[in-house]
Design a protein around this ligand. Structure first.
Ligand code: ACO
Length: 428
């Protein structure tokens, strides 16, 4: 017999079905609750609310498990390229060599920006935040790249997905070049994704930038680890916008904006700022941790804590080792890495963090890697956005392909003024 949950309200009992996911996680299906009881559920911040059923990414926060389409993140980080990972997320399977070549070619053909789009970069003030430029330019891509706003077939979708992946990278590098007053570098057609980005960031007219294999590998891994994370704030935003029928570029542009905040993708910048602050002002780590524990202060230990992971974030573990390896290969001694380790050790030994199950998250060590590669701090969240683009595209497609998709429209509990009389200005 199918399992049900029983809800007792006003002397009546209501049966609610229990549904089970692939990995045995269970959910009470409340979709008929309001119709049968007149009640809604209240879950500020959605900590207990499943907003959809999805086939893309599995997370077990208690055991620190993350899988894309069933494949463990550890395998992908060690063995897959970012583009192969993107194909896995977006199309549902690891590509065979032929599919990989076809998609690579599509990326190559779609990596340059329309000539007229380049003018937009001149329109932004020199000190514009690169996230503002990225979201605006991704939105503008629709006007240049998607002749019909609505994608109607698989060929059109593949081309739009490839264009978005390739051009997000081109826009990010071009915004940096505009910001530092250098000419925009064109994409090269002979380079893999991560190397091509580094070329567009760091090549100058008189010298091509050639990354070491270690640098290219670290960036590729960073991107793979950020590629999806199921219903986080920005991905939920993409799904929400997509549920209204908005096109791919508009939906992903909304995701970029959602990512910007310091409690989400902006945390990687905040971690570096925090470590630099501790270093520059010679603050004892123990004092900083005390401030983060003090509920009357606004200080939080950035890069610590996660809504879903309650034991460890597997991405943080991989990035911690990767940061050490990269710095060693580059012969860099970074005092911020030492401080990060001290912060991690002190926090993990502290009851405040243990009781609340607060562990380093993906942002804690990623900034050290980006800094070693030479990415400026204000580009960190843009790097996260480049990495997350495959996930946003995959979720947009899942919503788009769902014939029974409803528009996302949560309810609320109104706690404002009761019926109030309108008064003319003189009587207010
Ligand atoms: N430092 C100090 N205390 C913290 C921290 C932190 N980083 N994170 C949570 N807490 C405390 C809260 O003050 C709260 O304490 P209380 O129970 O005494 O009131 C308790 O832990 C629970 O915190 P919530 O904010 O309710 O946890 P939530 O799951 O809503 O938040 C979040 C998760 C936003 C990630 C939070 O841990 C945080 O702000 N961390 C720092 C920012 C960060 O690193 N964000 C990146 C997340 S990963 C990503 O988006 C890619």
């Amino acid at each position: 017999m199918d399992e049900t949950a029983i809800l007792h309200v006003d002397g009546q009992s209501f049966e609610l079905p229990i549904v089970t996911g692939t990995e045995g996680e269970r959910a009470v299906d409340i979709s008929s609750l309001r119709a049968s009881t007149g009640l809604i559920t209240l879950d500020d911040g959605y900590g207990n609310t499943g907003s959809c059923a999805s086939q893309i990414t599995f997370i077990d926060g208690e055991s620190g498990i993350l899988r894309y389409r069933g494949v463990p993140i550890e395998d992908l980080a060690a063995r897959s390229s970012f583009i192969e990972t993107a194909e896995l997320l977006i199309f549902g399977e690891l590509p065979d060599p032929e599919e990989r070549d076809v998609f690579r070619q599509l990326l190559t053909e779609n990596s340059a920006l329309h000539r007229d789009m380049r003018k937009h970069f001149d329109g932004f003030p020199a000190d514009a935040h690169p996230m503002a430029i990225l979201s605006a330019m991704i939105n503008a891509l629709q006007a240049y790249d998607l002749p019909e706003i609505h994608i109607t077939d698989n060929i059109g979708f593949r081309r739009a997905a490839a264009a978005l992946l390739a051009k997000t990278r081109t826009i990010a590098a071009a915004s940096y070049k505009s910001h530092i007053g250098q000419p925009i570098a064109y994409p090269r057609y002979d380079l893999p994704y991560a190397e091509n980005f580094l070329h567009m960031m760091f090549s100058v007219p008189y010298r091509d930038y050639e990354p070491t294999p270690e640098v290219a590998h670290a960036l590729n891994m960073f991107l793979v680890l950020h590629a999806d994370h199921e219903q986080n704030c920005s991905t939920s935003t993409v799904r929400m916008v997509a549920s209204g029928g908005a096109n791919l570029f508009a939906s992903v542009s909304a995701g970029v904006n959602a990512l910007w905040g310091p409690r989400h993708g902006g945390a990687n910048m905040a971690v570096l700022d925090m470590l630099e602050h501790i270093h520059r002002d010679d603050i004892p780590v123990s004092r900083y941790i005390d401030q983060a524990k003090d509920r009357s202060s606004s200080v939080r230990l950035m890069g610590f804590g996660h809504r879903v992971y309650r034991s460890f974030d597997p991405r943080a573990q991989i990035l911690k080792e990767a940061a050490h390896r990269l710095l060693e290969s580059m012969h860099i001694k970074d005092p911020l890495l030492d401080i990060a380790q001290q912060v991690e050790e002190s926090a993990l030994a502290d009851d405040y963090f243990r009781e609340r199950k607060l562990y380093p998250n993906v942002d804690f060590y990623s900034g050290i890697i980006l800094r070693a590669i030479g990415i400026p701090t204000d580009m960190f969240t843009v790097m996260f956005a480049i990495g997350r683009t495959p996930g946003w595209i995959a979720h947009w497609k899942e919503v788009h392909d769902n014939a029974g998709q409803k528009i996302h429209r949560p309810r609320q509990l109104y706690v404002g003024e009761p019926l109030t009389q309108w008064l003319p200005p003189a009587q207010r």
